[in-house]
Design a protein around this ligand. Structure first.
Ligand code: HEM
Length: 495
């Protein structure tokens, strides 16, 4: 049995201040340490994600990998078997230290909360993602897909353009209307202050997570981006807070006025359910509780799907044979009709679903996430002490050649039911797994199907970048460094 206690190892480590030196030290240390790999380095470079990916490739056959980010040791898990040990154990449910930097924005909503608070919230929120409710959101998704197709139509036949923002703003419009019941017209009004702050905030948080010297508030506020962070926060919170007040008043009005015209009612949103829901003792959520969840949905609910759709568009655009198969499936389901997509259609789009999964395998929108180990345990024969941090790396896990031979190849057929038989259940986890898996996964797949199907019903897509040009940036969300460049060709006249 090997002991991974950080105190013991602190006596043996070397401090490295530059990422480049990490590689040199890694080879020295791997020779010294046998099974356990030790690194202590403070990353001053932006290529942090690529460095970790490099290590997971280099040490794919090692039983366990450990790195240091500043003074904090992290286990890096990228094998289905070791990940299962952590995610399948309801004890290790707490989020790692780095999530602390999301607290000012998201409070302790579903993503960031722990213990009993998380358990109560998850129980309360699970019914809001019920299939029947998601079906109501299909209308919003179809409407926003139509706006997107109209915008893309202006680019068709004109040569290469970057579709990343177009798709992202569409996803933002969808989440705003479904989460808050508020239309923000992001697709037509790109310059909204709220929209700008949503993006800025994600960037600011990622930068802070990478720079341990800015982890203490004092340094961050005086020498870092504390001021910008706080001014963004004000915009984000006052926007969602106002929406919640307006919606609460509207619901109170509807409930008090039994005569009110049903036809005048607004569409349901997640927010309505949060305003009405009660726990076992009949207590309602407070305004602050609701704000935490709405902010969490806004943060988690659009960048993830937007990135996933963009990667899928690139992959479809570089594999014409796959694209043709999807279009053939669409032809079988819709024929020449340009009607909106309904739930029955969604169930029939099997091959498109395989494409979505295979895209998420190669480019998981959440390329890594972290847990705190909540009690002493053993992982792959090593003793891991309570309090250790574990980084779970879907990006590397999904490239395990034992489960996905020739892992870099894009082959949607891997996800046909007959080809999944016998695959380890933790070999593919874009939405995480276990009790703390993604609550929005059905919503996400539904949205992806609607948007991708809408694009491919109207256009042929050609990718203008090679895989090696994409340079995925692994921050909170996996994004291509320079966007997704494509050419579009119209398939038929639009209505
Ligand atoms: C392709 C799209 C998506 C991907 C790949 C994705 C992935 C993930 C992953 C990996 C986690 C676990 C994170 C962690 O443990 O730190 C997670 C959690 C979560 N996701 Fe998603 N997500 C997607 C879309 C969505 C959407 C559309 C929503 C909401 C509408 C959403 C809401 C959440 C929430 C609230 C959590 C926290 C769940 C909990 O801890 O109980 N996600 N997601």
């Amino acid at each position: 049995m090997y002991d991974l206690c950080p105190h013991v190892q602190l006596q043996t480590v070397v401090w490295l201040f530059y990422g480049g030196l990490g590689a040199v030290a890694s080879s020295l240390l791997s020779g010294l340490s046998g099974y356990i790999l030790l690194y202590l380095y403070l990353s001053l470079v932006s290529d942090f994600f690529r460095q970790i990916i490099g290590y997971t490739e280099q040490f794919r056959d090692s039983p366990l990998l450990k790195i240091w980010i500043g003074p904090v040791p992290f286990l890096v898990l990228f094998h289905a078997e070791t990940i299962e040990t952590v995610l399948n154990n309801p004890v290790h449910m707490d989020k790692a230290y780095a999530y602390k930097f999301l607290h000012p924005w998201l409070g302790t909503g579903l993503l960031t909360s722990t213990g009993n608070k998380w358990r109560r919230r998850r129980k309360l929120l699970t019914p809001t993602f019920h299939f029947s409710i998601l079906t109501e959101f299909l209308e919003v998704m179809n409407e926003q897909a139509e706006v997107l197709v109209e915008k893309l139509d202006k680019e068709a036949g004109k040569g290469p353009f970057n579709c990343f923002n177009h798709v992202t703003l569409c996803a933002l419009d969808i989440i705003c209307e479904t989460a808050m019941g508020k239309k923000i017209y992001a697709q037509s009004n790109y310059d909204s202050e709220y929209v700008r702050c949503v993006y800025k905030m994600s960037d600011i948080i990622t930068r802070r997570q990478r720079m341990p010297w800015f982890w203490p508030d004092f340094f961050y506020n005086y020498f870092g981006e504390g001021w910008e962070h706080n001014s963004c926060l004000k915009v984000l919170h006052s926007f969602t807070s106002n929406v919640i007040y307006e919606r609460a008043e509207y619901i109170a009005y509807i409930e008090s006025d039994s005569e009110s015209d049903q036809g005048m009612r607004k569409r349901r949103a997640f927010l309505d359910m949060l305003l009405k829901t009660t726990d076992e003792e009949g207590n309602k959520l407070t305004h602050q509780d609701i704000q935490e969840e709405v902010d969490t949905f806004m943060f988690r609910g659009h960048d993830t799907t937007a990135a996933a759709m963009n990667w899928a568009i690139h992959l479809l655009g570089s594999h014409p044979e796959v694209q043709r198969k999807v279009q053939q499936e669409l032809q079988e389901v819709f024929g020449v009709s340009d009607r909106p997509i309904n739930t029955e259609d969604l169930k029939k789009l099997h091959y498109l679903e395989c494409v979505i999964k295979e895209s998420l395998r190669l480019f998981p929108s959440v390329p890594f996430f972290a847990r705190s180990i909540c009690e002493d345990c053993h992982i792959n024969g090593f003793k891991v002490p309570k309090g250790a941090n574990a980084i779970i790396m879907p990006y590397s896990l999904h490239r395990d050649p034992r489960y996905f031979p020739q892992p870099e190849e894009f082959r949607p057929e891997r996800f046909m039911p007959e080809n999944c038989v016998g695959r380890h259940p933790y070999a593919f986890i874009p939405f995480s797994a276990g009790l703390r898996n993604c609550i929005g996964q059905r919503f996400a797949v539904m949205e992806e199907k609607v948007i991708l199907a809408s694009i491919l019903r109207y256009f042929n897509v050609e990718a203008c970048q090679k895989r090696e040009d994409l340079r995925p940036l692994g921050e909170l969300i996996l994004r291509p460094e320079k966007g997704i460049w494509i050419k579009l060709e119209k398939r038929k006249q639009q209505h």
